[in-house]
Design a protein around this ligand. Structure first.
Ligand code: HSE
Length: 287
């Protein structure tokens, strides 16, 4: 059995802690032979455990403690600590592993609830589970989420070669926002979501760049964001936003502008990887 989970990008600007899209980069888990102890074979670096202390097995065994040990193979092209949902993909894979091996028969709604309780926010885990574009709320311990088709476009990921931990990126956020600021921030998010539902990416892109919840506070950690936006405006991209807690920036681009946008991004004097991705429409896949 193989389980495939997509990378994700949370927030989309003003949809802070609520909106996310699934992307065409993947974590793959292959279930191999029975063993005396759990073992994960991977080449993702020494800091990723190969035993039960790995987040994948911690998650799976929390849900199904009696699973019999197996050898698993883990491969991933989702960069770590870059704001592309790498740890959410592992949590979701752990839930699906427990679901399949333990025959838990979990519904998609149950998976989203469990994953959100573990991760803390629904905006990465919900699209990793459902695919495409998901809008979710997590209030009073209860998740409500809606999946919708995301309009067709290229998604350019500008991934700096430096890590930014979510905890560090959250530490610069304010504790409070005035009532008036919150109402404005919410109205921007509402229009962005309505524009996506209408297939109106030009308007969605404009609203994505008007976020009042988090990007203004995180800007000092990601000075390349403004520079990328300027390039996007010149070339004709729809919009750019910080992917999750950063440092990755996603640029939504009409297909015919992508080549020019990528060439311009390469000129930014920062060590970074640039990937042209698409929105994944499937979420969890089991083969
Ligand atoms: N919404 C979260 C944030 C995503 O921006 O901090 C990372 O968990």
């Amino acid at each position: 059995m193989k389980i495939r989970i997509p990378a994700t990008s949370a927030n989309l600007g003003p949809g802070f802690d609520s909106c996310g899209i699934a992307l065409s980069q993947y974590l793959n888990i292959e279930v191999l032979e029975e063993a005396d102890d759990w073992k994960i074979i991977h080449s993702l670096g020494d800091e990723i455990p190969t035993d039960e202390s790995n987040l994948l097995l911690q998650t799976a065994l929390k849900l199904a403690p009696k699973l019999s040990p197996k050898v698993l193979k883990m491969t991933s092209d989702i960069p770590l600590a870059r704001g592309l949902g790498s740890s959410s993909s592992v949590i979701v894979a752990g839930i699906e592993l427990a679901n399949r091996l333990g025959k838990l028969n979990l519904s998609q709604k149950q998976k989203v609830q469990i994953a959100t309780e573990i991760e803390g926010h629904p905006d990465n885990v919900a699209p990793a589970i459902c695919g495409d574009f998901v809008v979710a709320s997590y209030v009073d311990g209860e998740v409500h989420s809606v999946k919708h088709h995301f309009p067709l476009c290229d998604v350019i990921a500008y991934v700096p070669n430096t890590q930014l931990l979510t905890s560090e990126s959250r530490s610069v956020l304010p504790q409070t926002l005035s009532y008036q600021e919150a109402v404005q921030a919410s109205s921007i998010a509402n229009v962005m979501i309505a524009a996506i539902l209408n297939g109106n990416l030009p308007l969605a892109g404009v609203m994505m760049e008007k976020d009042r919840w988090h990007e203004a506070h995180r800007r000092k950690l990601v000075p390349h964001l403004d520079q990328i936006r300027e390039l996007g405006h010149k070339i004709g991209a729809y919009g750019a936003f910080l992917s999750g807690a950063g440092p990755t920036v996603l640029i939504l681009s009409p297909e015919e502008k992508t080549e020019q946008m990528v060439a311009a991004l390469k000129e930014i004097p920062l060590s970074a990887t640039i990937n042209v991705l698409a929105v994944d429409q499937e979420g969890i896949q089991v083969f």
